[in-house]
Design a protein around this ligand. Structure first.
Ligand SMILES: [Zn+2]
Length: 278
């Protein structure tokens, strides 16, 4: 449905017709994936450093592919591809593809992005749970058995991992990221103001602020569904599912309302600060 998938489908049809181009493309995919894995292993859990590295690495991989593939692509095919890329405006990869791409580059980027997270992403919750094991009373952090309700230490560890994963996804969706940041900023101030009231009304005011934020997040996610459709939400949903088992009611209830709305992990953390104090 999204424009990127249309570009990828067009690329596939051209690649299917040229064994030489297919060979060059497959080689670029193989070498690119190896480079991404190496960068990921080196960066460990430092996601920001990895994202910075990968932007430069993707550009290099595309340049390298373009240098070898260009002579296999006809003028007509290249023009059709450029028109399709122009329609991608606002997409996270639009600048990269325009500056460094030739036909085949969209599929190449998609396959590189698929490598990500196999190492660092899994390690992050594990590291957090290991730290929680010292104070865990429910058993999840110590032996991995799922209790009826997760203790506070495990709840905090998994909620933090959920927020990390959300941040990692949002960095790949700049349009949504900007909107989510604005919504969370606003609701953060509203919650602080509600708590400062210190009256019996403050709970109601805070609830209203949270429910307004949930609606705005839902709308923002719908508006940027092109960006969201490109992301792999598997891990995010898994972590949301775990946070739903928290013994802390505020955290649990926001996680239950999360559905597929990015921003909800961070909102659940704001809600918690609101109810429990920082
Ligand atoms: Zn525990």
């Amino acid at each position: 449905m999204s424009a990127l998938k249309d570009v990828a489908a067009y690329e596939e049809s051209v690649l299917a017709g040229s064994a030489r181009l297919r060979g060059i493309h497959a080689d670029a995919v193989r070498r690119g994936r190896a480079a991404v894995s190496a960068a990921e292993a080196e960066a460990g859990t430092d996601h920001d450093a990895l994202d910075d590295r990968l932007d430069a690495l993707y550009a290099d991989v595309l340049d390298d592919y373009a240098a070898r593939a260009s002579q296999e692509i006809s003028e007509e095919q290249e023009q059709a591809w450029l028109r399709a890329i122009a329609d991608l405006q606002g997409h996270a990869w639009s600048r990269l593809l325009t500056a460094h791409g030739v036909l085949g580059a969209a599929r190449l980027l998609m396959s590189l992005d698929g490598v990500r997270g196999t190492g660092a992403r899994k390690a992050e919750p594990d590291r957090r749970l290991a730290a929680a094991a010292r104070t865990c009373v429910c058993g999840y952090a110590t032996d991995g058995t799922m209790p009826r309700w997760l203790c506070q230490a495990c709840s905090h560890a998994l909620s933090a991992a959920w927020v990390d994963e959300e941040g990692r996804l949002l960095r790949r969706a700049p349009g949504l990221q900007a909107e989510v940041a604005g919504i969370l900023d606003a609701v953060g101030s509203e919650i602080s103001a509600a708590r400062a009231l210190g009256t019996e009304d403050s709970y109601t005011v805070e609830e209203a602020a949270l429910s307004g934020a949930r609606r705005r997040l839902a709308r923002a996610n719908r508006r940027h569904r092109d960006e969201v459709s490109r992301l792999d939400l598997t891990r995010w949903r898994e972590l949301a599912g775990l946070v739903r088992r928290s013994s802390m009611p505020t955290m649990r209830s926001e996680a239950r309302r999360a559905r597929r709305r990015l921003g909800m992990a961070e909102l659940s953390r704001l809600a918690l600060r609101g109810s429990g104090g920082r």
